[in-house]
Design a protein around this ligand. Structure first.
Ligand code: ZN
Length: 438
């Protein structure tokens, strides 16, 4: 079965339900860039796909960085004078600044305030804050709740550990007929946030699950890693196999109701870039194509000049451009089953191009060859037949060894499925030969 046949048979409603259920299951886990929340997340992904889990010791040098100490947290709270938990980690793991060092002591509200973070413009939301690379502690809470805190003494407890341990990431390799690889990368380091991190995880998991039933030309490597330090660590440990990566994609913020945004790779005209431009243009729906910027998610590392991998980034509404971003409002209700499935289906359409795009050569390039005597000419007529014949003529005309099938699909306006089917029909005759895989 091919990606396009898989797409045609997709039971979208049921699949959307499963994808959303995975997000709800992972939502309560307290993930960070290291620690047991990431391990537990990866353990649950193994119920769906085969995943190799790697553990890299704290202190390992990775280019200009160092794998940090491992952070774990059991509980955290702020109690008022009567012993009531006015801020409670058990209610939401967003309440604690990620990587907070342990603390237990009493202090005045004035002193406590210096370590509290709120969003005054969205007074009912808890913000998401981190403190990975400076030793500090803090709590996040709804601004409305902060305003209710009375003067007096509070007891503060963060029952966390920050000590030598490991950085954990997961890798799932689906072997295809060739060693050419498609890299799909998503981050797993955010706690209870859905569009930013869990949506990418869900789309990647279900892509891997669905692709595993196909016979593929490319191999597909799915990475589930903490943002920035995770991809830097992976690149450092895999310098040799990076040359196999022919196409790549970072998945993030792929579950909200917005239209799809594709950010091009640093290369800008890599096949994955051209494939997204084509698929989104053919969709007839609103979408946005953005040029590369050295900012964003892990494409920053994959597209650093020493690697310059053809890795783009697929999003719906980009980070920082939806008000729910990095707050408790990025919850399971904010991501939609239909958007998750649409993101997955768009990836499959692109993968279909990555699987079947080729450069071909017309073996009888002087004047038009006769299609009828090769069983390729259908005299019955009709729009569909005419389009099929147009596709045959386009492939023959453009296959001079310089234009790949995707370019022909774009230039002819006929779309990739029609052009690739015409090419396959011609390849079965003496008229066309395969010349290479761009
Ligand atoms: Zn984020």
């Amino acid at each position: 079965m091919s990606c396009s046949e898989l797409l045609a048979g997709l039971e979208r409603e049921a699949l959307g339900g499963e994808m959303h259920a995975l997000i709800r299951e992972l939502y309560p886990l307290c993930r960070s860039i290291t620690g047991n929340g990431v391990r537990e997340t990866l353990r649950r992904l193994r119920d769906h796909i085969p995943l190799e889990v790697e553990e890299v010791p704290s202190g390992t040098e990775v280019y200009d960085w160092r794998v940090p100490q491992e952070w774990n947290i059991r509980d955290a709270w702020v109690k008022n004078g009567t012993g009531e938990r006015v801020i409670d980690f058990r209610e939401s793991n967003l309440h604690v600044v990620s990587y907070s060092v342990p603390i237990r002591r009493k202090m005045s509200l004035a002193e406590l305030r210096g370590n509290l973070h709120t969003l005054p413009e969205h007074p009912d939301r808890i913000p998401y804050r981190t403190s990975y690379y400076s030793e500090s502690w803090g709590f996040c809470l709804a601004h409305s709740k902060l305003e209710q805190l009375a003067e007096g003494e509070y007891e503060v407890c963060i029952d966390s550990t920050l000590e030598d341990g490991h950085l954990t990431y997961g890798e799932c390799l689906l072997r295809g007929a060739t060693r050419d690889e498609v890299l799909v990368s998503c981050h797993v380091c955010h706690p209870s946030l859905c569009n930013d991190n869990l949506s990418g995880i869900s789309v990647a998991v279900f892509l891997a699950k669905l692709l595993s039933s196909l016979s593929l030309r490319n191999s597909y490597r799915f990475l589930f890693l903490p943002a920035t330090i995770g991809s830097i660590t992976w690149l450092k440990r895999n310098e040799e196999l990076v040359t196999r990566i022919r196409h790549g994609l970072v998945l993030t913020c792929v579950g909200d109701a917005g239209a799809i945004t594709y950010k091009k790779s640093r290369v800008g005209w890599a096949l994955v870039d051209r494939a997204f431009v084509h698929v989104l243009a053919r969709s007839g729906r609103p979408h946005e194509i953005r040029e590369f910027t050295p900012f964003g998610y892990d494409e920053r590392q994959y597209c650093s000049p020493g690697f310059d991998l053809p890795v783009g980034c697929m999003m719906r509404t980009p980070f920082e451009e939806f008000p729910e971003y990095h707050s408790s409002a990025d919850n399971p209700d904010f991501v939609r089953p239909a958007s998750l499935v649409d993101s997955l289906a768009t990836c499959l359409e692109v993968f279909e191009i990555l699987e079947r795009n080729r450069v071909c050569r017309n073996l009888k390039p002087r004047c038009e060859p006769r299609l009828g005597k090769r069983g390729l000419y259908d005299s019955l007529g009709g729009d569909r037949v005419r389009d099929r014949q147009l596709a045959l003529l386009w492939v023959l005309n453009q296959s001079d060894g310089r234009h790949d099938l995707l370019e022909i699909a774009h230039r002819s306006g006929l779309g990739f499925p029609a052009i690739v089917d015409a090419a396959d029909a011609l390849l079965a005759t003496d008229l066309l030969a395969e010349e290479g895989w761009p």
